[in-house]
Design a protein around this ligand. Structure first.
Ligand code: AVJ
Length: 337
């Protein structure tokens, strides 16, 4: 019997089945209401999380392979080139918290170099999570794997889960510049929420897309093949399915531009002519040129991102970038409070 040992010290054989903790799963009704209310408000908006149905995920995969879309490959290149110095800033024998883990591929590259003891995938898609845990467990039989289904974009508390292994310091991993989808104000609360789990050896490892020349960043969101345009329009199919609406994607044009004042890429869908759309029991007119905001993707300078980290209560920041300075990887710890 080893059941009174912490989970992470039990024999590997006894923890074969992927363990999932269902925390706060957003109820479907609330999601639908959010989508509908956004489409009925003026200006209309759709949150970027609605992009990622099966087809949306496939299109995002295609975006990452585009020559214009630099963030994914630039971040991976930084990790590949700087794996050792980055790992040297992370405590060994820690718990790796993979926020929005998706397929978990980026995190798995760290489990060996960072000598991770426990892997905790966090995502709101339970199906993804099961597969990711199974793959990770198989590849790393010595690492205790656990999944938490929760919406970490709202204040979250993983303290009880982390306390299973009180002497394994947490490393929060938030790659992919997903932080860019938050307004700076919301980014601050997410960073604070992560910070509330850190003390001593705990760390945050985060990837952030940086400010650069406008032509480069605009091309990344308006590629020549029109893949990003398809990704953007696909959200209307998602709305049709979820809300029983009758958007015709071809009646909307993809727009993507850098708003320098706000330091963000804005993606919109602009009605090419005036027309009416049914949205469930509602009807809404879109005038010619009227837009639906579908995504903001904020770009930071290293200084501004470090300032945001400091404001969220972090200290001792380390930063790595590529030779063009296009993407930033930051490690931070809890600052003196
Ligand atoms: C997944 C939020 C990092 O903002 O670059 C890519 C999503 N949108 N092309 C980004 C996206 C259009 C992407 N993030």
């Amino acid at each position: 019997m080893n059941s009174n040992k912490p989970e992470c010290e039990r024999d590997a054989e006894t923890i074969r089945a992927p363990r999932l903790i269902i925390d706060a799963v957003d109820d479907h009704g609330a999601q639908l209401a959010e989508l509908r209310d956004g489409l009925l408000s003026r200006p209309a908006r759709i949150a970027p999380k609605f992009f990622y149905d099966e087809q949306g995920c496939a299109l995002y995969g295609a975006i990452c392979a585009l020559s214009e879309y630099y963030p994914t490959r630039t971040e991976i290149q930084i990790y590949e080139r700087c794996r050792r110095p980055i790992a040297a800033q992370l405590p060994p024998d820690g718990q790796w918290i993979d926020l929005g883990c998706g397929d978990g591929a980026k995190a798995r590259d760290w489990l060996g170099p960072a000598r991770v003891r426990r892997y905790i995938g966090v995502d709101f898609a339970a199906d993804w999570l099961k597969t990711t845990l199974a793959v990770t467990e198989q590849q790393f039989p010595g690492v205790d794997c656990l999944g938490v289904v929760t919406d970490f974009t709202r204040p979250f508390h993983l303290h009880p889960v982390l306390n299973d292994c009180p002497d394994a310091p947490p490393i929060f991993f938030y790659p992919g510049s997903s932080i860019g989808n938050f307004t700076p104000e919301d980014a601050l609360s997410l960073l604070r929420s992560i910070r509330s789990h850190l003390d001593g050896d705990g760390r945050l490892l985060i990837g952030v897309d940086l400010v650069k020349d406008t032509a480069t960043v605009e091309a990344a969101y308006d590629d020549a093949l029109g893949v990003t345009a398809a990704f953007n329009r696909n959200v209307l199919r998602v709305a049709n399915r979820l809300l029983d609406a009758d958007f015709e994607p071809h009646r909307f044009d993809h727009r993507a531009f850098f708003n320098a004042t706000e330091s963000r890429i804005e993606m919109h869908l602009a009605a090419s002519q005036g027309h009416d759309v049914r949205i469930g029991e509602h009807r809404r007119r879109f005038e010619a040129g009227e837009t639906i905001v579908t995504e903001y993707s904020y770009k930071y300078t290293p200084e501004r991102f470090c300032a945001l980290l400091a404001e969220a209560g972090y200290g001792n920041m380390h930063y790595w970038t590529d030779e063009r300075g296009w993407f930033g990887v930051f490690v931070a710890e809890a600052g003196g409070d």
